[in-house]
Design a protein around this ligand. Structure first.
Ligand code: FES
Length: 139
């Protein structure tokens, strides 16, 4: 009888230990995956080198949704959701005019995301942006 009790406890401890170990392993993988993409809520959108070369960064599949980062001036990064609020086209950055312009129906937005010209009536969503080392981060 004591032998069966001992076997039952050992089996229970084994199963409990296995479950805790599995959960611990799973969480460490999830945390490692998240920390490689983000620091806090900041998401890496690209590199400073890419931004300087192209004048903009576009990530349509970031965890935040579509994000466009432009270098509006030497010290002012602007990050927006580039989805036009009129009918969903992706806006383009017009650096010389310092505005976002929609190629579909001509809506225009300022660097603050506000509508400057219709047919859109709602502003683009703005994100905070910063540079860390050679990475461009957005949240
Ligand atoms: S979809 Fe942008 S103006 Fe219509």
């Amino acid at each position: 009888m004591f032998q069966n009790f001992s076997v039952a406890i050992n089996r229970r401890h084994f199963i409990t230990g296995f479950g805790v170990g599995w959960v611990g392993s799973y969480l460490s993988v999830v945390i490692a995956a998240c920390s490689s993409q983000a620091s806090g809520n900041w998401q890496t959108i690209g590199t400073l080198d890419e931004l300087k070369k192209k004048g903009q960064l576009l990530d349509k599949n970031s965890p935040l949704g579509p994000v466009m980062v432009v270098d509006a001036s030497k010290t002012n990064l602007v990050a927006v959701n580039p989805t036009c609020t009129h009918a969903g086209c992706t806006v383009e950055w017009k650096g010389n005019a310092k505005k976002f312009q929609c190629p579909c129906h001509g809506a225009e937005y300022g660097i603050d995301g506000k509508v400057q010209r219709g047919p859109a009536t709602e502003a683009l969503r703005i994100y905070a942006a910063k540079i860390e080392g050679n990475s461009v981060l957005v949240k």
